[in-house]
Design a protein around this ligand. Structure first.
Ligand SMILES: *Cc1c(COP(=O)(O)O)cnc(C)c1O
Length: 392
């Protein structure tokens, strides 16, 4: 699907009349109990629990609409919704592993994904090892007889390396492993994960799908070979999402294309500006050559979102704190993907890596560039760098 086709799809998908009742947007259906007129009708519905409106936890016209729209954009066999991005990741992993299995996770994975692998999976006899995200086809050497899942994330969290997903998927499939990809950063709008080799594409819809920093939601979309296992596991575990959050996610999805293109433009403009700053050692933005995997980004992605990092040459915690505390246009806080700009500092990234060595030299700033005026944002950072330099 080309970008223009995607633009039409994200506007039109999931808008069946039976779900919208003729309005543009689907009905927001608040329901636990669904009533049936006769025993025969109830029994008939029970044969198609996920396709007919049967019980609130199993889905509603509101959730069917979002599942269909996301699935259409991903090009999958089916999509399941979860109450957060993290729960989508953990469910997708658990759907495919059993006691005695081994999984591979990139060293730059989203930190809560690591926590799950390090603290929950061992309780069920599942071992995790971490790999260098730039390993590419070399991952074949890390695959064991019991390796069941290979996780991938592109680009990786905070340090932004762009892995070779097709090469990793090729090696995984040769050995019968399932590739689960966290596609939160680019979304399928800029990176068609399933077409490039992932079996399951996971998103924190909390971020760019919602786009307004006001909801928590995760999605997992699988190809035909893996959807049944993902779907049945998730149904048995009881995951479901309230209709108001689903409605907000659908509303966000309709403008994903225009927002992402603007985040791309603003993010790249800011990354290029930061590259010239004397305080900055290098910019970790996939669209710039200083980011590991930049060539792979050029080959596989059709755009960049608004999230990237910069490595400073030096800087004490005190200097970074003085810079961040005084910012007027950048918020500080977790998550990203909304319309607003955010900044966080990571003084010690080396602590979060076990398979690779982080070269430094200084602290990392991670920025999400929102939809504000760029001159305002640059002036804000410029003043921040003055406060930073004063304490060096
Ligand atoms: C934020 C994030 C998640 C988790 O999403 P939540 O909705 O906050 O649970 C997962 N993966 C990545 C890469 C993220 O940035």
């Amino acid at each position: 699907m080309s970008d223009p086709e995607k633009d039409t799809r994200i506007v039109q998908s999931g808008r069946r009349r039976e779900w919208t009742l003729g309005a543009v947007n689907p009905a927001v259906v608040h329901a636990s109990t669904v009533l049936f007129d006769t025993v025969a009708e109830l029994r008939e519905a029970g044969k198609h629990k996920d396709k007919t409106f049967y019980y609130g936890r199993r889905g509603s016209p509101t959730s069917y609409a979002l599942c269909e729209a996301i699935n259409d954009l991903e090009g999958g066999a089916g999509t399941v919704l979860y109450p957060s991005g993290l729960s989508a990741i953990t469910a997708a992993i658990l759907a495919f592993v059993k006691s005695g299995d081994h999984i591979l996770v990139p060293d730059n994975a989203y930190d809560p994904t690591r926590s799950f692998c390090d603290t929950i999976l061992p309780r069920f006899g599942i071992e995790t090892s971490y790999y260098d995200p730039m390993i590419g086809a070399g991952i074949a050497a890390d695959i064991r007889a019991n390796t069941r899942v290979i996780m991938a994330e592109s680009p990786g969290s905070i340090t932004m390396e762009v892995p070779d997903i097709p090469a990793i998927a090729h090696a995984a499939h040769a050995r019968g492993a399932v590739v689960i990809m966290d596609n939160t950063w680019a979304t399928p709008f800029f990176f068609p994960a399933l077409q490039l080799g992932a079996d399951v594409s996971v998103m924190a819809a909390t971020k760019y799908i919602g786009g307004h920093s006001d909801l928590m939601l995760g999605t997992a979309t699988a190809n035909a070979q893996h959807f049944r296992a993902l779907h049945d596991f998730s149904g048995t575990m009881g995951y479901c999402v309230g209709p108001d959050d689903i409605y907000l996610a659908l509303r966000g999805l309709r403008t994903l294309g225009v927002r992402l293109r603007q985040h791309h433009r603003n993010g790249l403009e800011m990354a290029t500006w930061l590259q010239e700053r004397p305080e900055v050692d290098r910019v970790l933005h996939p669209a710039l050559p200083t980011c590991p995997g930049h060539e792979i980004w050029k080959r596989d992605f059709s755009g960049a979102s608004g999230l990237f990092s910069v490595v400073l040459k030096e800087g004490s915690d005190q200097a970074v704190t003085a810079m961040l505390d005084g910012l007027r246009h950048f918020g500080m806080g977790f998550s990203w993907g909304g319309f607003e700009s955010l900044i966080l500092s990571y003084p010690n990234i080396a602590r979060m890596r076990t398979a690779t060595k982080w070269p430094g030299p200084g602290p990392i700033l991670r920025l999400h560039i929102g939809l504000e005026n760029m001159d305002d944002l640059k002036a804000d950072l410029d003043e921040g760098f003055a406060r930073f330099r004063a304490l060096l």
